[in-house]
Design a protein around this ligand. Structure first.
Ligand code: SAH
Ligand code: SF4
Length: 386
């Protein structure tokens, strides 16, 4: 198992570098047990040992085998010889005036991804990335202009949660009662990348994150956002079971083809068919339709009425996202009155239609503004040279 490739489509990254030790972060429970066995732990002990290690990793947030005090000392030393506990390194952390924190993280190969923590009253949402960049090219999205792409490993996805909890100081302390409210109470796969183009790693990472002897985020507190990779939608319901958000953004194929080019492959009708089946398959209440408000492009009353007709029968919430600008963006944000009028039509048709308040705009942490700083710098240098 040590040499099994763990990403398939973009770049193949072996979990274990040659002669290296295996990083335990991001292995599912079954993979962790198998890894202990493959390295020499007796099969009949492996279940218990892996359970103990799991708790240290994900309940206590341990980063050192020496701290795993309910394991015999020689076994701890043995673990350290064969395994590591590694999470992405924080390159920089920006804190917005509204408390939003953006982390720029370095991962294997010198790549960088961003994760964003959004504190709210009595809860907090962590937005994680699933790829470096994105192979799709939605015309309003900053990440879509980034060429460099590779899938994140399950370890790097779980690692983003671990890093945020480190930074927020949210690991329990032995003997101290756990606080009532959680800082990272919700998780959204809405950072860089298309999660359904990295399905296996996202699924495995979510299995780790959902496990209730560890990070313990229930499937109802995880929302995966997709641009509409239709063949993977039913699989998401069956194999992950989290809540689903879809980047809808337009009410005709003509406009959606331009905004979300994957629409040319799976058009609105095909997408809606897959979405109709989702709530039942995943036993979840409703789907979130994300709708970015672009001035004069998709924000008319007619669009609002068409949207309501299209989604008729699907239990849904419509999240209206005022367009977040980025340098060189070809669109403008709709006026607040336009957004209100649009929201009103949707609301009167019986759907919740919250307008998403942009968070962390001052640190370029808002939806669609994420892009690795190194990539920004590269582009900047190129522009300066031209
Ligand atoms: N790739 C996935 C998840 C990441 S994007 C997806 O597309 O669903 C998270 C959300 O932010 C998506 O709905 C996306 O369409 C939206 N978004 C992208 N760029 C934006 C921008 N500049 N302003 C506002 N929302 C944007
Ligand atoms: Fe990729 Fe989503 Fe951005 Fe589209 S909106 S380019 S799918 S990250």
């Amino acid at each position: 198992m040590a040499d099994t490739p763990i990403t398939q489509d973009l770049v193949t990254l072996p979990r274990t570098p040659p002669q290296g030790r295996t990083n335990l972060i991001g292995l599912t429970r079954a993979q962790l047990r198998d890894a202990l066995i493959a390295a020499g732990t007796a099969e009949k002990q492996a279940r218990m040992r892996s359970g103990q290690v799991w708790q240290w990793l994900y309940h206590w947030g341990a980063r050192d085998f020496a701290a795993m005090t309910n394991l015999a000392k020689p076994y701890r030393a043995w673990l350290a010889e064969h395994f590591t506990i590694e999470v992405p390194a924080i390159v920089s952390r920006s804190v917005s005036a509204d408390g939003t924190r953006k982390y720029l993280l370095r991962i294997a190969g010198g790549h960088e991804v961003e994760a964003v923590y959004i504190p709210e009253e009595g809860r907090g949402t962590l937005c994680v990335s699933s790829q470096v960049g994105c192979t799709l090219t939605c015309s309003f999205c900053h990440t879509g202009t980034q060429r460099l792409v590779r899938n994140l490993t399950a370890s790097e996805i779980v690692g983003q949660v671990m890093v945020a909890r480190d930074d927020l100081g949210e690991w329990p302390e032995p003997g101290k009662p756990r606080p009532q409210t959680r800082l990272v109470s919700n998780l959204v796969l809405m950072g860089m990348g298309e999660p359904l183009y990295n399905f296996e790693n996202v699924r495995d990472a979510m299995q780790v994150v959902m496990d209730n002897e560890g990070l313990s985020l229930s499937r109802k507190r995880i929302t995966l956002s997709t641009s509409g990779i239709v063949p993977e939608i039913a699989r998401t319901a069956e194999e992950i079971g989290c809540l689903l958000a879809v980047s809808f953004h337009a009410t005709t194929d003509e406009v959606r083809d331009k905004l979300v080019p994957i629409n040319r492959k799976w058009n609105i009708a095909t997408l809606l068919e897959a979405l109709r089946a989702y709530p039942k398959l995943s036993n979840s209440e409703r789907i979130t339709f994300e709708y970015v408000m672009l001035k004069g492009v998709n924000d008319s009353d007619e669009d609002a009425r068409r949207l309501v007709r299209l989604i008729a029968g699907i239990p849904a919430k419509i999240n209206l996202i005022p367009f977040n600008e980025w340098p060189g963006a070809p669109y403008e944000r709709s006026d607040p009155e336009r957004i209100e009028a649009f929201a009103d039509i949707v609301h009167k048709a019986g759907y919740a239609s919250p307008i998403r308040t942009p968070r962390g705009e001052d640190i370029m942490a808002a939806c669609g503004q994420l892009k690795s700083a190194s990539e920004r710098a590269r582009k900047g240098r190129r522009a300066a040279a031209e």
